[in-house]
Design a protein around this ligand. Structure first.
Ligand code: SF4
Length: 233
């Protein structure tokens, strides 16, 4: 495993690790993160699948898996979260926005997601995650470069400028085939909607099935000129 020490600057550490671990396996990348940050390291999961969480649990049993419950999820996504908590050796932590959907509707009017999805995502995703990650120095995601052009340059380890944290994307270099193979080999839980025409699973009002030839995230905020929720931009 690559050893990376000798700096107290977390940004320099992240950038150095990103270069040094570019060709490392997902497990090696996660092992570096777990060894470097210990309990100050977590994995975030949208519960589209549990691949990143499963990989992390193999190097750090009981690892914190942070899930953002926006109040707008498909029932299948909540079911996947509950199944992950029940069968995997991880500690699922559910974050919720400060306001319920009903409270948000009362304050901003109904269906804010249709009128101002950036504000809705900020209130229901970006801010809760910022608060939920406050106690961690590093977080891992399941981002992949092949998901969309906006993710094509995702480093395996990078510096999350907005949050001042190290961001680890152990499967950034994986293809969909790599994911499918890992899921099959390890019996990893996946969201049932992936078998029902959805290639990327987000909040129900902002997610549709993808059409032939579309990239995996084409079904997110379709027709609204929005491609990311602000968690990764
Ligand atoms: S994805 Fe849609 S419903 Fe979910 S927080 Fe963003 S705008 Fe709101």
């Amino acid at each position: 495993m690559t050893t990376l020490t000798g700096t107290d600057d977390p940004k320099a550490l992240a950038e150095h690790a990103g270069r040094a671990l570019e060709d490392a396996s997902a497990t090696e990348i996660l092992r570096w993160a777990a060894d470097t940050f210990g309990d100050a390291f977590c994995v975030t999961s949208s519960m589209e699948d549990a691949v990143a969480a499963h990989l992390a649990s193999t190097v750090k049993p009981g690892v914190d898996v942070v899930f953002l419950d926006t109040g707008y999820h498909f029932p299948e996504t909540i079911g996947t979260r509950d199944a992950v908590a029940a069968v995997m050796d991880v500690n699922v932590i559910t974050l919720t926005p400060r306001r319920s959907v009903a409270e948000q509707d009362a304050e901003h009017g109904p269906k804010l997601h249709d009128r101002d999805p950036d504000l809705c995502c900020s209130l229901r995703k970006v801010k809760p995650l910022e608060e939920g990650l406050a106690g961690y120095a590093a977080w891992a995601t399941g981002l992949r470069r092949d998901e969309s052009p906006t993710r094509a340059n995702t480093p395996v380890v990078g510096w999350d400028e907005r949050r001042g944290k190290v961001k680890v994307s152990p499967i950034a270099r994986w293809s969909q085939e790599d994911v499918d193979r890992y899921v099959a080999e390890h019996g990893v839980l996946t969201n049932p909607l992936l078998m029902d025409g959805y290639a990327s699973v987000g909040c129900a009002p902002c997610t549709r099935r993808v059409l032939a030839g579309e990239d995996a995230r084409a079904g997110r905020w379709a027709g609204r000129g929005k491609t990311e929720c602000g968690l990764h931009g």
